[in-house]
Design a protein around this ligand. Structure first.
Ligand code: PAF
Length: 284
């Protein structure tokens, strides 16, 4: 695996792949890789003949009181993991390569409404930061296909919206959330959990599944389903941020005829803000 730090080097390397007729898949990450990332890299190797990954902890998507400085950085371990999983090219730019005029660039991408609800309401500017850096990385790598996990379901929709609205010539592939055996969604931030919190953490997923099962069993009283689930995770020791049933396509509140739904949840547990989601279909 080749590791490159400069935009022009990556452009040249990907252009050489294209001249050889290769199809290029791209997996952007912030490092501290886990099995969820590896599933993306492996799938990338199935849908393309060359896999490019990036590791860049993007300051623009962190709020001023958030964990940018303390975000876990494990570059040596990540490099070895990516190489073993079948990555041919790793882009690991320093901050100034991505943001040469400082980490608060004047040009940003904003996905209105979709980027402002749920996690976007709790983390103002977060999805502007994500959309801006993903747009930038897609412009640098110019892959045929880019892969993202459904664990960050709202992020996946924000990226799909941006790609469609800006006519970016790339296919976006979303992959199912990879979970621990007890249901906890894999996340770099799970490392913030103490041993006792780690025992409690899967209760978020369990609460989302409870709402999903209630809908499948014919309940349509969304607000009481959501309230019961929020109470459940509160009693488990978490501080719920939101727990909501939304329309899968655009994360708006579902109407009576909507059948493709997503139960979305976020909760604080100690230092960690956990997010998760499950798909749901109401009984007809
Ligand atoms: O999901 C992530 O790790 C990040 O939000 C991403 C997509 C790499 C952008 O920084």
């Amino acid at each position: 695996m080749q590791t490159l730090e400069r935009v022009q080097e990556v452009r040249d390397a990907v252009a050489a792949m294209r001249r050889r007729g290769e199809r290029v898949a791209f997996v952007p990450t912030m490092g501290n890789l886990h099995a969820g990332h590896l599933a993306l890299v492996r799938r990338a190797g199935e849908v393309a003949s060359r896999v490019v990954a990036s590791i860049f902890v993007n300051p623009l998507q962190f709020g001023p009181a958030e964990d940018f400085a303390g975000y876990p950085r494990t570059p040596d371990r990540d490099r070895a993991t990516l190489a073993t999983a079948g990555t041919q090219l790793l882009f690991m730019p320093p901050l100034e390569e991505i943001y040469p005029r400082g980490a608060q660039p004047l040009t940003r991408v904003q996905v209105v409404r979709l980027g402002e609800i749920l996690c976007g309401a709790s983390r103002p500017g977060h999805f502007d930061g994500v959309a801006t850096v993903v747009n930038l990385l897609l412009n640098i790598v110019q892959p045929d296909v880019a892969l993202f996990g459904e664990k960050d379901y709202q992020q996946l929709l924000v990226i799909r919206r941006m790609v469609a609205d800006l006519h970016l010539p790339v296919e976006i592939l979303g992959l199912a959330t990879v979970r621990e055996p007890d249901g906890l969604a894999m996340s770099s931030r799970n490392g913030y959990l103490s041993a006792a919190e780690r025992q409690v953490a899967p209760r978020l997923y369990a609460a989302l599944c409870g709402v999903r099962d209630g809908l499948a069993a014919g309940r349509r009283d969304l607000e009481s389903l959501e309230r019961e689930a929020a109470r459940e995770i509160e009693q488990a020791g978490m501080r719920p941020d939101y727990l909501q049933v939304r329309r899968a396509a655009d994360l708006e509140r579902p109407g009576p005829d909507d059948v493709d739904l997503r139960v979305m949840g976020a909760a604080w547990l100690g230092r960690a803000r956990l997010i998760d989601n499950v798909s749901a279909r109401p009984a007809r």
